[in-house]
Design a binder for this molecule. Structure first.
Ligand code: GDP
Length: 454
């Protein structure tokens, strides 16, 4: 139990159906009872856990609002402590005044993520599950939500704990070996031990790889549509967005700034930027737009380079082709006006091209398939254990390096003590991931990223 009772508004600030003030700590019910007067006349202190009471929040005789107080008694609550959640009408001022009332009654303001931190410290969830809560709150698409929900339900921890169990068995066998070096110990035969280390190393590698795909799914891919003026960039942007996000005209140079939008394509979030057409120009405003487009080209993860195949390619097209890297897909637009056999594809030097008509909505399924392949989404199952933070990835990478060293040490014929050191380091990295053996600094760092009230 923590000595201080904390409180915060746990819902977003602003107009809404309800706002919830969450209070947690030994004195949560006592503090809530000081400022919450139930219409039934019953004190909150007399309530069992999981009980709601309808009444008023009162600060020094002034009624702030009427609302519902929900009482949870330790250990059956989110934090594992006594918790009261008071729902008032949603609204910035009401919520603020209700929180002030609770603070006046003796609670202290909660820090970022402090409720979840207390849940972690009280063994309600491990660090990997705690981290996934941020992912649930900020999920941009269904797949991202599912990944974070699975992590919250313990998918990552289950995988890591099964590896930890195997490593603990090796550690135990190695301790026996240290005492009885002449005995043959189960599992420590060099061949089977080496195979087991190999299997663990594969599982860890799979987890490391899961992070990159998971990250793309959670955060989306930064995509940039580039090409000369009038090739159909804005038409493509609008088609992908399903709305008129960019202005479409026959007048070259209409899009002068970067237009951004987020779209969901088959479970993949694309953060798309439609850029000013890249061409040589003396117009100062257009030139500024062209320079911005070129910069965006450098930072985008995926580039849709659009070409108008109804006209001959010119130097501006060729310059763009030469500047493209491997993260670009060439879109041959206006295929409704002309087909590939009528154009010289050799200028694209064997790069992958897709014929589309942004105006007639054709070729877009092939583009979607290309995007799925780029993300490697088909080799990915949202039921797999998928690491959800850079910290988790770092822990698994360290564990992987240690197993690699353990395997090399074993194969080089060193004593089992030397292999044991690597196995112990691997264990330490994995126990840090789940939070079973973690420093305060690391866990503080995790919870600092949370919002207040979570
Ligand atoms: P941007 O300057 O590259 O953004 O080009 P826009 O999207 O504004 O399009 C320029 C012109 O080309 C407009 O008149 C569009 O209607 C037309 N356009 C765009 N895509 C296609 C297409 O696939 N087929 C045809 N026929 N016209 C298109």
């Amino acid at each position: 139990m923590s000595e201080k009772t904390i409180a915060a508004i746990s819902t977003p600030l602003g107009a809404g159906g309800i706002a919830v003030i969450r209070i947690s700590g030994d004195d949560a019910v006592k503090i809530a009872d000081k400022c919450f007067k139930s219409y039934s006349g019953k004190s909150l202190l007399s309530l069992k856990g999981y009980t709601a009471s309808y009444g008023q929040i009162v600060n020094n005789e002034t009624v702030i609002d009427d609302g519902v107080a929900l009482v949870f008694l330790s250990p059956k609550s989110y934090t594992g402590e006594n918790v009261v959640e008071i729902s008032v009408h949603g609204g910035r001022i009401v919520a603020r005044d209700a929180l002030r009332t609770v603070l006046d009654a003796g609670a202290v303001p909660a820090e970022n993520g402090e409720f979840t931190k207390r849940a972690f410290l009280n063994g309600k969830l491990d660090l990997a599950a705690a981290e996934s809560i941020m992912g649930i709150i900020s999920a941009k698409n269904e797949t991202a939500l599912k990944i974070s929900r699975n992590a919250k339900e313990g998918r990552i921890s289950k995988e890591i704990n099964s590896i930890i169990e195997r490593l603990l068995e090796f550690s135990a066998s190695m301790s026996v070996y240290a005492d009885y070096p002449d005995e043959e110990i189960d599992g420590l035969n060099p061949i089977s031990f080496g195979n087991s280390l190999g299997e663990i190393s594969c599982s860890l590698k799979k987890l490391i790889d899961s992070y990159d795909t998971g990250k793309i799914i959670r955060e989306g891919i930064d995509c940039c549509i580039v090409g000369k003026p009038n090739v159909g960039k804005s038409t493509l942007m609008n088609l992908l967005c399903g709305s008129d996000r960019s202005i479409v005209t026959d007048i070259a140079g209409t899009t002068r700034d970067i237009i951004e939008s987020t779209v969901d394509i088959d479970g993949i979030t694309l953060n798309i930027s439609d850029t000013a057409g890249i061409r040589k120009t003396h117009d100062v405003v257009e030139m500024a737009g062209v320079n911005k487009s070129k910069k965006r080209l450098d930072t985008a993860t995926l580039i849709f380079a659009v070409f108008d195949i109804s006209r001959p390619f010119d130097n501006d097209d060729l310059e763009l082709i030469n500047s493209l890297e491997n993260n670009s897909i060439i879109l041959l637009n206006k295929s409704d006006l002309c087909n590939n056999s009528q154009i010289d594809l050799s200028v694209f030097k064997g790069r992958k091209t897709i014929s589309i008509s942004a105006k007639e909505n054709s070729g877009i399924d092939e583009l979607k398939k290309y995007i799925s392949d780029f993300v490697n989404i088909n080799n990915f199952s949202d039921n797999d254990a998928i690491l959800v933070s850079e910290r988790q990835r770092d822990c698994v990478q360290r564990a992987y390096n240690c197993i690699f060293d353990a395997k090399n040490t074993l194969e080089a014929g060193y004593t089992l003590d030397a292999v044991g050191v690597c196995v112990d380091d691997c264990l330490a990295a994995l126990l840090e991931l789940t939070g079973k053996r973690v420093t305060n600094e690391v866990s503080d760092e995790v919870f600092k990223r949370f919002c207040v009230g979570k």
